[in-house]
Design a binder for this molecule. Sequence first.
Ligand SMILES: [Zn+2]
Length: 645
Amino acid sequence: MAPAGSRRGLGIGELLLDEGFWGHRQATNGDATLQHCYDWMERLGWLANFDRVADGTTGGHRPGWQFSDSEVYKLLEALAWETGRSPNPRLERMWEPLVQRIASAQDEDGYLNTCYGHPGQPGRYTDLSSGHELYCYGHLFQAAVARLRCHGHDLLTEVARRAADHVCEVFGPDGRAGICGHPEVEMGLAELGRALEEPRYTEQARLFLERRGHGSLPPIPLLSSAYFQDDVPVRHARVLRGHAVRALYLAAGAVDVAVDTGDPELLGAVEEQWATTVERRTYITGGMGSRHQDEGFGDDWELPPDRAYCETCAGIGSVMLSWRLQLASDDVRYADLIERTFFNVIAASPREDGRAFFYANPLQQREPGTEVLADAVNPRAEGGVRAPWFDVSCCPTNVARTLATWQAYAATVEETGAKVLLTLAQYAAGDLRVVLDGGETIALRVETDYPDDGQVRITVVEMPPAVELTIRLRVPHWADAATVLVAGHRPEPVDTGWATVPGTLTTGDVVELDLPMPPRMTVADPRVDAVRGTVAVERGPLVLCLESVDLPDGVALEQVRLLTTEKLAAVGDGALAQVRLAPLPDATPGTVPFRRLDPPAAAHGPHEPAAHGRALSVPLVPYHRWAERGPSTMRIFLPSSTPGT
Ligand SMILES: [Zn+2]
């Protein structure tokens, strides 16, 4: 393991994206999503909640859930990153009045919450299981850190510092031994401690972590203490369980604490939890959480495609966790999962215009979604159509802050004296300007149409003379027959994993990475019963799906059988697949949809007879774009026409 802190991600201004896949989404996020979130929160009174605390008029009725303050903080975080990357006067004007309103609601002793502790409201910290007060602070701290990193100290730094001091006072070593039902404050405190060089905050994060797992939170009806990871101490758990977002935020906070306090046992425990969770409890999209009831992980191999919950926020939590582990241990598997999750969960959530979102991300839609009201708050988990806002609206602001900081995950930098190791982990076209500790700049130009195309061309534009630059490139787990070409040499085949470009590079050098991405068929581990006998198609980092809108009239999605013996053709960023239509059996009302398995079929196993119906070609499109053409049915896993597949 490299010493903590020697490997860093990119600062927000070190990579400016062109108008490619992520650059386009980032621009839409800045142009539309941030204002959209602000407008909804103003309209619903979530912002005015702060005003009412400030002027002492809280009373008994307060709009929004108890955690709505956190949405305001996530918007602040998104604003900080967005304006930190490149100046944006329109968004910058939002900042100060918003922070002023929040600051005015802070109590004398640093307490800050609009749902508890004021006239007509329940008392402070009277419901640690569900109250989310500490959770809200976590998001406040992350917003303050974003602002600090991009703009330096301002009023929000002081608000966060006073709140963090208050938390340490109330829940410190001599205070109340409580924890929050929804982890997040651990990560927030650790980040703030790092940014302000205040070890008390890191220590408080460590205390919250160590206190967890002893069943101290009063249970919520129908849910066990695993729901909020209070069943097993973090360092003893073997797998992520319970509410997926909570589990992932807690694990991310644990990595922060492990790295900052030098605790290899804790780091190793989270690495093992990650590995087991990815192996057994993660969808092909990278989505996590198969149960709706508790928004939680299911058991091992419990990955139904149609009942998949896969909350957008869980995808974001997964990226946050994997990123921390990538920095801590340099294992390429973390970067691979980040890519899978970014393209197939996070990119799936926002609509093309950035003003509607998926909350749940199922892998199969059996009924077309019902058109949502463009101007209404929607129930959160309704699948099938992206909605402008939700009753519980954690996902839109989470998408906003994550898209605003995509480039932070793109590369890592390690400096050892004059030697610099630059690792490109995620690919997008743009200009990279890495500022070294000594103030010199390494500038690279990255040209690519990724993920439409797997060619990545990197040109060294500027190199300080005294620096020895080595570049490493991620060759994704799916990339067979990848090559690296350094100008003037022959293309060299490279294995999947980290590929080190030979030699040190200097101004004018060009490196070309070629990642062939023909469409490929993928089957699940046979223990994933829900998709046995089916095949998914992927292309490069993209999971593809079949949508009903792409089928001829009169053909139902349930009839389609993929001919696995036929070649897939690449078409645009998707594929063309050869399929055959199976006749749908006549259903008999009043009888269960199951039939006797008669001999001789029983002797050979219960295979579905091969489909003999019409053969046709159907387009498979990237999953992240599904339902952009109106309500449709959709599936990623297609039944195979080949018995036994
Ligand atoms: Zn969410």
